[in-house]
Design a protein around this ligand. Sequence first.
Ligand code: IMP
Length: 431
Amino acid sequence: MATVVVIGTQWGDEGKGKVVDLLTARADYVARFQGGNNAGHTLVVAGKKIILHLTPSGILHPDKVCLIGNGVVVDPKVLLEELDRLQAFGVAVAPERLVISAYAHVIMPYHRLLDLAREARKGHSKIGTTGRGIGPCYEDKVARTGVRIHHLLDEASLRRRLEAVLDEKNFLLTHYYRQEPVDLEAVLDEYLGYGRLLAPFVGDVSTCLNRAIAENRAVLFEGAQGTHLDVDHGTYPFVTSSNTVAGNACCGSGIGPTKIGHVVGIMKAYTTRVGGGPFPTELFDTTGEHIRTCGGEFGSTTGRPRRCGWLDLCVVKDAVRLNGLGSLALTKLDVLTGLPVVRIAVGYRCDGAVLDGLPAEMERIERCEPIYEEFPGWEEDLRSVRRFDDLPAPARRYVEAIRDHVGLPFSIISVGPGREETIVVKDPFAS
Ligand code: IMP
């Protein structure tokens, strides 16, 4: 079956953008199924850079159909701005090439306000959210008080939805968070305007995908964030508000689990995290600084410096189990060039026991001491290497050690930011 799901195995920012861009060349359809504009993929095409937050990066390939599934939370203003930026970039997006699920939930102004106000009030215990209203929007979805894309197309039903929730939202905003209230008529006006602009793109993503799969067309599912930001399986409460694991490609797009052919886990050659939460292999020294600088580890959505540390295989092995991974894609191996030694955490010591995965309790994760294996580093520039056997011996040993500990093959090894700076070991669509 020509369906591939791409998932981050760590805490997001694993370099999924580049891998998705590579695999998009093989796909006919590219679908997003969770998250919203908390994600950000930086793409470099013909020397020009564009960052996409909502639209699948397949949109840059003129012959691909991109889909935004029901599991995504859509900020229509951000989406429309993105379409404008694409137009200025030379990519005109016709409705035949972008389908937005009528079932997807909409990020409303009060979601953004509540996200920011809540984080500000939490002080030191804040999650460090992206402030885009993601959590409050998913809360409303589950509370059955959300606004869906189809509501934007019908004034009477949008008015009813807003009348049902705005009293409570404004009470919270004004009395608890001391913010200005949101005006129903202004929101109604603004969002009906977005609805008019987005109407040509609204469609039935589930039917479209199932038809494509039945016709044996190649479909790529593009995960956002990473496994350990999953609301169930991640380092709760320092997580995002959606399920980021591969299983949600089904719920978030409207296909059945029998339709998934292969799952690729993207792992960076080291670990990073943005926002709060435990991070056992975090580095606070010059090595961490080297990784941040050489890896350009600054958020593409918020610009925040990312926390950096050694590769943690407990994190990756958990991701293998949680996603049913079939292969791995290793990214940013080149960033480790120049370090005298490189380390991999292969387990933790915690409360007198040895663990090989993250425990459930936040306090216990904070007490986990990584057990490291150490390898000699390498000085050679890797960016021109195109075959695994041509990597310098220490880099090869490092990759082999990861493969042996994790027990999965690598389908892709990325040795630089450019599309061509890649070792393709095996095409995931041929798996
Ligand atoms: P939210 O998704 O904005 O609610 O943020 C919740 C947590 O997930 C915060 O720690 C964010 O930094 C993190 N997060 C959300 N999206 C991404 C992403 O695309 N990459 C990395 N971290 C993310």
